[in-house]
Design a protein around this ligand. Structure first.
Ligand SMILES: Nc1nc2c(ncn2[C@@H]2O[C@H](COP(=O)(O)OP(=O)(O)OP(=O)(O)O)[C@@H](O)[C@H]2O)c(=O)[nH]1
Ligand SMILES: [Mg+2]
Length: 431
């Protein structure tokens, strides 16, 4: 289960102003007051639409406004009340006031509504202010302003489809080209630390939620790397897309990658191998891919440990080759695969990582002149590193370089041989 979340702002319409006007009739020199009232400003309302599944639609529209009420007019004409702005949200959406953190509403069922911002009341026209003392008042009220609020919407989502595969197999890239999600993509391993979600929409109207999961590695089922944490996510997806990098030279054997990942899935839960699985042969635009794919097919044909032999879909996220057949087949499988019952709300919930808001790392210098690295992403990478193993440390060093730590340290003034600390681990900076 993932939390899909968006921050938006809502602004209701202002009430229309009341009017100052007087009757003007033939032969009546000083007619009484006749200014109409202003109309009510529009509300901004959230309403559940069961056709929606995620909050993806909010990624690009973040400001919602309702219209202002009409002003009052002469001859006691009242201004028009503005129509409300209705914002459709999926079932299960929680509405939170961003500034106070207060939960304002839980919108659970089709048609449930919540007024997120109330429209301003219209101002009264001068007819309301006439009195025996002042039969011709020159005053009217202005309309009240509409309410404004910063809102956070949260939705717990189950992904229908999970992308699994080795680090750097191209999972996030695939997600980014078939959905509007913007996961972080990079040429170093473990770019993805928490799942990203996207909504795939097919031309025939079918849609499904796809999750890009962090790269699996050997030993994951025993907790190595981010291990069991993301296998837990796979458990909740109905169809597994197994992304296998087909690119590269003779030494690489994509089938090995494929088997290792399946082994990890099996060790974690043998049921996982019974789940519908499709092989996504990725990076088909790169050299070596065609030959590797042929070899892969031969080896797969000889292998029988999977319940069914998975279908292979060769794709390239760069040329978009093969993407439509893959997505259509995935939707077909989902059509015939039952939804898993959600057994209670799991205690741990991952919050989708907002890369735009979060710096991957920060550098500071303590009083002893030691450079201190911090930041959630870097710390999580470090958690996966076994500092007693050179190979693991080398990998971490490579990942840090990929993140730009080296150049950032240099820019900050670090010199060859300076001490750098992350967590309680200290190492030497080498240019
Ligand atoms: N030429 C080519 N490169 C690709 C393709 N798909 C992904 N890549 C590259 O492969 C690298 C890794 O891609 P990601 O999508 O970040 O891989 P990932 O599987 O999400 O990796 P982790 O999150 O680390 O597990 C990036 O440099 C991508 O640009 C493809 O179809 N063709
Ligand atoms: Mg990734």
């Amino acid at each position: 289960m993932f939390v899909d979340q968006v921050k938006i702002s809502v602004k209701a319409g202002k009430g229309g102003d009341g009017m100052v006007a007087f009757r003007r009739e033939k032969f009546v020199p000083n007619g009484g007051p006749a200014g109409g009232d202003g109309g009510r400003g529009g509300n901004v309302i959230f309403r559940v639409d069961e056709g929606l599944r995620t909050l993806m639609d909010f990624r690009y529209t973040r400001k919602f406004k309702a219209d202002n009420g009409g002003n009052g007019a002469i001859k006691k004409q009242h201004g028009k009340s503005a129509t409300d702005t209705i914002i459709a949200v999926p079932e299960g959406t929680t509405v939170i006031d961003t500034d106070t953190g207060q939960v304002l509403a839980d919108l659970l069922h089709q048609g449930d509504e919540f007024i997120a911002a109330r429209g301003g009341r219209g101002g009264r026209g001068n007819t309301h202010f006439a009195s025996p003392k002042n039969p011709a008042p020159e005053i009217a009220e202005n309309g009240e302003p509409g309410q404004e609020r910063n809102i956070q919407l949260e939705l717990k989502v189950l992904a229908d489809v999970g992308l699994v595969g080795f680090p750097s197999a191209g999972k996030s890239t695939l997600l980014s080209v078939v959905t509007s999600a913007k996961p972080k993509i990079a040429a170093y391993h473990f770019t993805t630390l928490v799942p990203n979600l996207g909504m795939v929409r097919l031309d025939d109207g079918r849609d499904f939620v796809m999750a890009d999961l962090p790269g699996l590695i050997e030993g994951a089922s025993n907790g190595v790397g981010l291990g069991t944490e993301f296998l837990r996510h796979v458990e909740r997806t109905r169809v597994i897309l197994h992304v296998v990098d087909m690119s590269g030279s003779e030494e690489r054997n994509p089938f090995d990658d494929f088997e290792k990942i399946n082994l990890e899935l099996q060790e974690y839960d043998p049921e996982l191998l019974k789940r519908p699985q499709i092989v996504v042969a990725s990076k088909m635009d790169l050299p070596g891919a065609e030959e590797n794919l042929l070899k892969f097919k031969e080896e797969l044909a000889q292998d029988h440990y999977l319940d069914q032999t998975p279908e292979i879909f060769p794709v390239s996220s760069v040329t978009h080759q093969g993407l439509s057949p893959l997505l259509n087949k995935t939707a077909d499988l989902l059509d015939v695969t039952p939804q898993f019952p959600v057994k209670g709300i799991p205690d741990e919930i991952d919050v989708a990582y907002d890369y735009e808001e979060e710096q991957p790392f920060e550098i500071s210098r303590d009083e002893d002149g030691i450079w201190v690295l911090s930041g959630r992403e870097l710390e999580r990478l470090f958690e996966m590193t076994d500092t007693n193993h050179e190979e693991s440390l080398t990998r971490f060093a490579r990942q840090m370089r990929g993140m730009g730590v080296d150049s950032a340290l240099r820019d900050a003034g670090a010199k060859n041989g300076d001490s750098v600390q992350i967590g309680n681990f200290t190492f030497e900076f080498l240019e």
